[in-house]
Every structure is written in C-alpha cells, then in structure tokens.
Design a binder for this molecule. Structure first.
Ligand SMILES: [Ca+2]
Ligand SMILES: [Ca+2]
Length: 366
C-alpha cells in the first residue's frame, strides 16, 4: 500500500528497491515536471521528519539464495542529521512474489528495535522444504512508528543443479553421477561397476562401493557399525588392477543455462588410510558424450591429498567454477563435467586408501 501523502513528501527521484512500480511512475512524473531536481541515485527512503532508513546488509537490493543457505541476516539503519536513531521498532516481513510457499521462511525476530547506531537486524531462517527453482520473494523492513520508512530486498531461490547425500545408493548411483576408471587428462573414462552392497572401508577389492559415510562415525568405527549406518557415501578403493591411476568420481551436467557463479561442494572422506598416498584433482570441463573425449583442457579447481585419517577423515570441500561455466550450453553432443580424479599413480608402498565423497552439491550463487 502506498500512502499518497507520503508520495508528496518524496523529493528524490529514484529509490531503487523501495516500493512499487506505480510509485516509481508518480515519482517519474515529478522528475519530468522538475528535471533540475531529478537525481538518479540509490538514495534511501526518508520521511518528512528527516529520518532516513537504509539497507545496511545486504546492501544490494537483490540477491540469490541457494540450497546451502541456512540463514540470511538483514540489517537496516534509521538515521537523521544527528546520527543513528535509537529505539525505533522495525518490522521484518517476507512475501512471495510469484505465489510460492513462504512456509520455509521464518524471521527471527519479526521485529527489532534500533540500537544506538540506529541499526536493527533480523535473521531469515530457511527451512528444509524448498520452493521451485526461480521462486522470488520480497523482504520488507518497515519502521512501525513511521511506515513511510521502508526498504525492501528481493531474492530468488535457485535450486541445486545437482544434489545428493548418496544415502540411497544401495539401489544405485543417482542419475548423472558415476564412478569411473580409465580417466586421463584427455578422457573422462568409462563408468565402472558400482558395488551397491554396503561394504566395509577396509575391504581391499578395487572398486567403487557403497561405503558408510564418515559423517556420524569415527575412523575407528567397526565394519558392523559401518554396515548399520544409514548415512552412505560413494567410496573407492584403488588397486593394482583398478583405478591407479584413472579412478574418478564423475558428474555430468547438461548445461548451466541461466546460472552464474557456480560452486561444487562435497565432503572428502579418507575412510581407510593405507600407507600409500593418492592425489585427487578436482576438475571441471566439457566432453564429447559419445566418445568420452575431453574438449580442450579441464580447469583444475584444486587438489586433495589425504594423508592422515584423523585430520582428513571428513573434510568439507568447496570449489568455485570459473566464469567460463556461467550460462554455458555446450554444443550438441557435448556436456559439462565436474570430476574428482586421480591422474597420477599412488606413491608409497603397501595398501592403498579407501577414499569417499559425500553430500555433493553443484549450485549457482547468482
Ligand atoms: Ca551421505
Ligand atoms: Ca594413505
């Protein structure tokens, strides 16, 4: 609701993030009538009293929420010529722009008093049940003593491009994800047989396997305890005849249309630490799906070299993909890949590791 009297008190021409299109139209008319005072700026909202409300954080009026976001803090400041205005009660609210559910969104608190610097903060908590990809929302922070003092943000929920906790792998790997052998710098290799039966970390057979996740267990957890764990991960044991080198955890992605600032996140898990050491490379690239040939040179996002069971037992990994993967639709017959691959032989002698990954998510942050 736009208060007409309030409009008449608004001398500035442009208030990004503030209010409605109809209001902008009115303001635009005012600017047309008096072009000499037209100012295009990110001016905060302010009232006839001289008080001003502005976004402090996020400063940007729009942003993207991804599946890994648990909370988003919102801070505003009410100020006037004397500085921060303390004790103003700011109401925080969220509404769906596109008719999507808001039940996954909870503000804590729903209102907060400004402090000595004039700032008030509330935290929007994101529940587990997410809306459809692209759902958009508006957050408003309103001074309850003077509702003309209001700022808004809009945010868009972008679902994961891929997400799996791998807890259902007793019935097979999720679509798009494979364990591979034969991977090289120029080939994505071929999908290896996946052992769907729960298999202990200490099992030495060379294969990709349904392993217990390190999450919730310790490196000393017995095979019996591992078998009973419902939290599963994709493990691999390299052997003299399998994957040393050339083993790869491999995710294929058709395209990243409309997505930007991609992130690949997962947990790396040194499930069984043999005396040998493996260097795992985290790479992204494109490949020809029919032949497995990599197009050009993959981008090396980072390396993982687990050497110690305790420190390396269960590590959150996160890698940003370069801008070349933003809004990318490969030519027909090609696809994007993200892989965790070993291209060099293990070093040392004796047993190899069982290495696993869990909770793989690829998402966009813009
Ligand atoms: Ca899991
Ligand atoms: Ca080792």
């Amino acid at each position: 609701m736009v208060d007409r009297s309030e409009l008449d008190t608004q001398p500035r021409s442009s208030r990004p993030g503030h209010r409605t299109i109809s209001r902008r139209a009115v303001v635009g008319t005012a600017a047309w009538a008096a072009p000499t005072i037209a100012v295009v700026s990110a001016a905060p909202a302010f009232a006839a009293s001289g008080d001003v409300i502005a976004r402090v954080a996020p400063v940007s009026p729009s942003f993207v929420v991804n599946p890994t976001t648990a909370t988003q803090s919102f801070t505003v400041a009410v100020t006037n010529s004397a500085g921060g205005v303390q004790g103003r009660n700011i109401a925080f609210s969220v509404s769906a722009t596109s008719g999507e559910s808001t039940t996954w969104l909870t503000f804590v608190p729903t209102s907060a008093a400004t402090d000595a610097s004039g700032q008030a903060t509330a935290v929007l908590q994101f529940g587990a049940t997410k809306p459809a990809d692209g759902a958009t929302y508006t957050v408003a922070a309103t001074d309850l003593s003077d509702p003309s003092l209001q700022v808004v943000w809009t945010f868009t929920y972008r679902a994961a491009i891929f997400a799996s906790d791998f807890n259902g792998i007793a019935s097979g790997l999720p679509t798009g994800f494979t364990g591979r052998s034969g991977a090289t710098a120029s080939s994505v290799g071929t999908a290896a047989t996946f052992t769907t039966a729960a298999t202990a970390w200490a099992d030495t057979a060379g294969a990709f396997k349904n392993s217990a996740s390190a999450t919730g267990l310790t490196s000393a957890s017995t095979g019996t305890v591992q078998a009973a764990s419902t939290n599963r991960a994709v493990g691999v044991r390299q052997s003299g005849g399998f994957g040393d080198p050339s083993a790869a955890f491999f995710l294929t992605i058709a395209n990243t249309a409309g997505r930007a600032s991609l992130v690949a996140a997962f947990r790396s898990q040194l499930l069984s630490n043999g005396p040998r050491t493996t260097v795992w490379r985290v790479e992204a690239g494109t490949y020809t799906t029919a032949t497995g040939a990599i197009v050009g040179t993959p981008v090396l996002l980072g390396t993982i070299t687990p050497t110690d069971t305790t420190a390396d037992f269960n590590v959150a990994q996160q890698y940003s993909l370069p801008a070349a993967f933003d809004d990318l639709t490969p030519p027909t017959g090609q696809a994007i890949f993200v892989r965790v691959v070993t291209l060099a032989a293990t070093t040392g002698s004796g047993n190899r590791d069982t290495f696993g990954i869990d909770d793989l998510t690829v998402y966009s942050t813009a």
